[in-house]
Write a protein that binds this ligand. Structure first.
Ligand SMILES: Cc1cc2nc3c(=O)[nH]c(=O)nc-3n(C[C@H](O)[C@H](O)[C@H](O)COP(=O)(O)O)c2cc1C
Length: 391
């Protein structure tokens, strides 16, 4: 029996793939609903003349966020001010037990907000954790940031703003024959300059090092997929097919025709983790391996210390790096698994820290990502602007 002709379904079922391909898949909910990606058209023209904060926020909500959770809540009750809080229902306690990536994802939001403010000739004075920073555990209800907005003729526009509507995380195979140009690496490194961190990169000229990066990323991915509670965390925010995506407008979108059909047939069981040898697991490991093998470059960002302000600022730096790469026509995908602090990742965590010369205990690899040229990626869903505004 040729294994690839069969799909093993989560929960143990098996179905012939050939059967699926002969079933009509049209109208099966395999396209991205337009309302879910409406935000990528930018603010409606009439917003330019209303409360400027809503215009700025229309850009900020396009920030990258781990698992696309969009854990941002804003309070607009004080004029000319935005108070940013973390939505405590949108955390990833299994894969991000310290909420480090959640804090980075607030940093990306703040960076885009700041770029948008500059575009409108406004100075955004951002005070992080105005009522004190969260401890090393979970965030709480205290604000992540207070942003005061003041018109300021001295403020200069930042060219990275022009990339905000074009930036997308790209999870496809990259073009291994096209190295990342030196000038592009320089532009990415330059983009991090406002923040205190070390930017490093490796490209095709170091095949030996690339091989080690690929090995660590692949192993960390395998661990994530075969650890039941971490894969279940992804399943919980997996949106399969158009109607689930339109309903939630967040999380991880899956529009693969076969999976959408299986889901419709009630054969994609997301109530329990697939076994390590299930096709659902092995096919994803294989697919990820092919994409990693197609990657011509990796970069990393290392900070001294790992407090909450450092994490937020690392997110701000990451947003700038990705915008700078977008301006160079480059695709990017973070590889967070080996950076995650749950016990099963201890080995890949140590390996990636050692590989990029991060001093144990005093330095933290905040971001590790693959970079290269690739076909354009589709935009990821965003909720409506009003969904983020609580007051
Ligand atoms: C801190 C952080 C960690 C992330 N880690 C991953 C990752 O490990 N793998 C991945 O494919 N995307 C990762 N992403 C990208 C998000 O999944 C992505 O931003 C989100 O799905 C929204 O898509 P967009 O970036 O195209 O707007 C990460 C983003 C951030 C900010």
């Amino acid at each position: 029996m040729q294994r690839r002709n069969f799909l093993r379904i989560t929960g143990g079922g098996i179905i012939a793939a050939a059967t699926l391909s002969t079933v009509g898949l049209s109208g099966c909910g395999t396209s991205m609903p337009s309302e879910a990606i409406d935000a990528w058209r930018g603010p409606a023209p009439e917003m330019a003349t209303t409360d400027v904060r809503r215009w700025l926020l229309s850009y900020a909500i396009l920030a990258p966020h781990s698992h696309n959770l969009q854990s941002w809540i804003v309070d607009l009750s004080t004029p000319n001010e935005i108070l940013l809080r973390c939505d405590l229902k949108r955390l990833l306690p299994q894969t991000d037990p310290l909420s480090r990536q959640i804090m980075m994802s607030h940093g990306t939001f703040l960076e885009l907000l700041d770029l948008a403010a500059k575009e409108r000739g406004m100075r955004a004075d951002i005070t992080l954790f105005p009522e004190g920073a969260f401890g090393p555990g979970r965030p709480d209800t205290r604000p992540v940031a207070r942003i005061r907005l003041t018109p300021d003729a001295q403020v200069q526009k930042d060219p990275l703003f022009t990339q905000v509507l074009l930036r997308h995380t790209n999870r496809s195979a990259y073009d291994l024959s096209r190295p990342v140009p030196v000038a592009a690496w320089q532009a990415m490194a330059e983009a991090t300059k406002p923040y205190a961190l070390r930017f490093g990169q490796v490209g095709l000229e170091r095949a030996d090092l690339l091989a080690v990066h690929r090995k660590i990323a692949t192993e960390a991915w395998r661990i994530e997929l075969t650890t039941p509670r971490t894969i279940m965390e992804s399943f919980d925010v997996l949106r399969v097919g158009s109607s689930e995506i339109a309903q939630h407008r967040d999380g991880l979108s899956l529009l693969d025709a076969k999976v959408v059909l299986l889901n419709r047939l009630g054969m994609f069981d997301r109530s329990k983790a697939p076994a390590p040898d299930d096709y659902a697991t092995t096919s994803q490991i294989k697919d990820f391996g092919q994409k990693i093998d197609s990657t011509p470059g990796f970069f990393w960002m290392v900070t001294q210390g790992n407090d909450r302000v450092t994490q937020v600022n690392a997110g701000r730096a990451y947003a700038r790096v990705q915008l700078a790469a977008t301006a160079q026509g480059l695709a990017m995908q973070p590889l967070s698994q080996a950076l995650q602090e749950y016990p099963e990742q201890r080995r890949p965590y140590a390996d990636i820290h050692a590989l990029v010369d991060a001093t144990p205990r005093s330095e933290t690899v905040q971001m590790w990502a693959r970079v290269g040229y690739a076909p354009a990626a589709s935009p990821a869903p965003r909720r409506r602007l009003q969904d983020f505004i609580r007051v």
